[in-house]
Design a protein around this ligand. Structure first.
Ligand code: GLC
Length: 555
């Protein structure tokens, strides 16, 4: 036990120093290649809300130059792959990842969703999905293979400019594709791209998350290479602004959260995640922060930066206040009065205590908390969603205390949330009547399967990154060990079924690329925590609005 504590201290030192590394002089543009492992990951400066005002000195934050202390940073003691032989499972994963690479006119442009030759139905698993490519891209960036990521970013932003229509209806300009495919014409010897913006997708869902992942990946690329020239191209600047126009436009909203249709993200089928799903809100927050760091402060860029800053303040406040649930908060909701009118109302959304599901009373430990699935008038979806909570940690949407509480919850409810295969996409599963009503009797989303309480190995990289950010690598290590017991043996399935995630998913694809890439990214993050910089954002220096609601995040 003592050993674990010591190790944690060392990791915190590493992470603290990596955070300091963010104070890098943005003007030096291209980084020198590193002498130290930790140095390699540093790149451009994150703009901080507090340091910025559009009218004020935008570049004031660009002039830090503290490359000092890195040589002294302790690094984890485990072997570095490049100098040792790769563990067989890692070797196998790299092999499979490379086999999934898709080429367009001689250039590597992405990775196919699944290379499952045995599967009878291909559906759209032979396409390059934007969200699925993210862990592949991170794996490539971590080994210095930047080209494929750059090609992907450029190809997809080019696809954005296509005219998108469903029947007679024209989609917004900024919509990014869910996926694309290379079509070969062997007789004419031509290759063309075909993209899906939701108009071919099952249920015709538009991928709201694609644009956010694209922005997040552009930052990861920039951060990892130190090369600002891609994000500063007119194509990327314009593409970012188009995505932002869609999600920052004014409407009838009374909340800063983003209103969505069901199934518009990783959970791309009807699952009762319409409204204000945590997954989208957390990605929205993160993408806004990433865009803020990359937008040029020219006339058009400045206008967006101003809108982003306002939205971030409001969104952060709203999420931390109304989506957060811990023991104390649950107790408050349990005792809520209803039908309160006017701005003095405590129960602002008129949540009716009788609507609190029974399971939550036993599930919620005294130690720990999380962001609930959804909050809208008289509707609080108490389900736990892994992706949204991990992204909340990585983007610093969660305060440090909330981040710790989320990790506490995972530890306290290990069996439920991790079980035998990390990590449950959502918890608990919808069953019986509720399943019928909420999913529309979806035969793929039966209880404890697929999106309905299934376990998705891809989420391992997000869990690992969150563990490292919170200084708790031992939790990631435990999860990775579980995955290593099964993943390769089972042929890298897309998802697992069952309360404990013990069974290979009923309709799961094998050789699912993001299961493979997610494992590799998790391993590399644990190996070298300085990689975290490309996918995590430090807490902003702006003081979060004072909130004294509950003990787990004010303590
Ligand atoms: C399924 C998943 C979706 C993923 C796609 C390709 O539709 O729900 O999140 O992007 O498969 O793997």
């Amino acid at each position: 036990m003592v050993e674990a504590v010591d190790e944690e201290v060392v990791w915190k030192v590493v992470l603290h120093s990596v955070a300091e590394a963010d104070d890098f002089d943005r003007s030096s543009r291209q980084l020198d290649r590193p002498r130290f492992k930790i140095e390699r990951r540093l790149s451009f400066e994150e703009r901080s809300l507090s340091d910025l005002s559009v009218t004020g000195n935008l570049r004031a934050v660009d002039s830090y130059g503290s490359m000092h202390s890195f040589g002294a940073v302790p690094t984890p003691t485990s072997p570095v792959w490049s100098s040792f032989e790769l563990p067989p499972m890692v070797d196998e994963a790299w092999d499979a990842l490379r086999k999934s690479v898709v080429f367009f006119r001689g250039q590597a442009v992405g990775t196919i969703a699944a290379v499952d030759h045995a599967s009878r139905e291909v559906l759209n698993y032979d396409q390059v999905f934007v969200r699925d490519f993210v862990p592949s891209a991170l794996a490539f960036l971590m080994t210095g293979e930047h080209e494929i990521v750059k090609n992907f970013l450029l190809k997809t932003i080019h696809l954005q400019s296509w005219e998108k229509k469903i029947d007679q209806f024209k989609l917004g300009e900024g919509v990014m594709p869910a996926s694309f495919k290379v079509n070969n014409n062997p007789t004419r010897k031509t290759e063309t791209l075909m993209a899906d913006f939701g108009e071919s997708a099952i249920g015709r869902v538009a991928p709201v998350d694609s644009g956010f992942w694209w922005i997040i990946l552009l930052r990861a690329y920039t951060k990892s290479t130190g090369d600002l020239s891609l994000s500063e191209t007119p194509e990327c600047q314009n593409g970012m602004r188009l995505i932002l126009s869609l999600c920052l436009s004014e409407g009838f909203d009374t909340f800063p959260t983003l209103l969505c249709a069901d199934g518009c993200s990783m959970i791309d089928r009807r699952m009762g995640v319409y409204g204000y799903p945590i997954e989208i809100q957390a990605l929205f927050f993160m993408a806004l922060r990433c865009a803020l760091a990359m937008l040029k402060s020219d006339a058009k860029g400045k206008e967006f930066m101003e809108r982003i800053m306002k939205r971030l303040h409001a969104l952060g406040y709203h999420m931390r206040r109304y989506f957060w649930l811990d023991f104390q908060q649950l107790n408050d909701i349990y005792r809520y009065k209803t039908e309160e009118y006017s701005h003095t109302a405590v129960n602002k959304f008129n949540v009716i205590p009788d609507s609190i599901p029974d399971w939550i009373f036993d599930f919620l430990p005294c130690r720990g908390g999380y962001f609930v699935g959804n909050v809208s008038p008289a509707r609080m979806d108490f389900r736990w969603f892994a992706l949204g909570n991990c992204i909340a940690i990585l983007s610093s949407l969660a305060t440090p205390e909330q981040s710790d509480a989320i990790m506490d919850l995972i530890e306290e409810r290990w069996e439920e949330l991790v079980g035998e295969m990390p990590l449950k996409i959502s918890y608990p599963a919808l069953e019986g009547h509720e399943w019928r009503i909420v999913t529309g009797c979806d035969p793929k989303n039966t209880r404890w399967s697929y999106h309905n309480g299934g376990s998705w190995p891809v989420l391992l990289w997000l869990l690992t990154a969150a563990c490292i950010k919170t200084g708790r690598p031992q939790i990631a290590r435990r999860a990775i060990e579980l995955a290593e017991n099964r993943l390769s043996k089972d042929g890298w399935p897309e998802y697992y079924d069952g309360k404990l995630g013990r069974y290979v998913g009923k309709q799961a694809r094998k050789l699912q690329t993001w299961s493979i890439a997610g494992y590799l990214v998790a391993k590399m993050l644990l190996e070298d925590p300085s990689h975290l910089g490309m996918i995590a954002l430090e807490e902003d220096k702006v003081k979060a609005p004072p909130m004294t609601r509950s003990a787990s995040w004010t303590a």
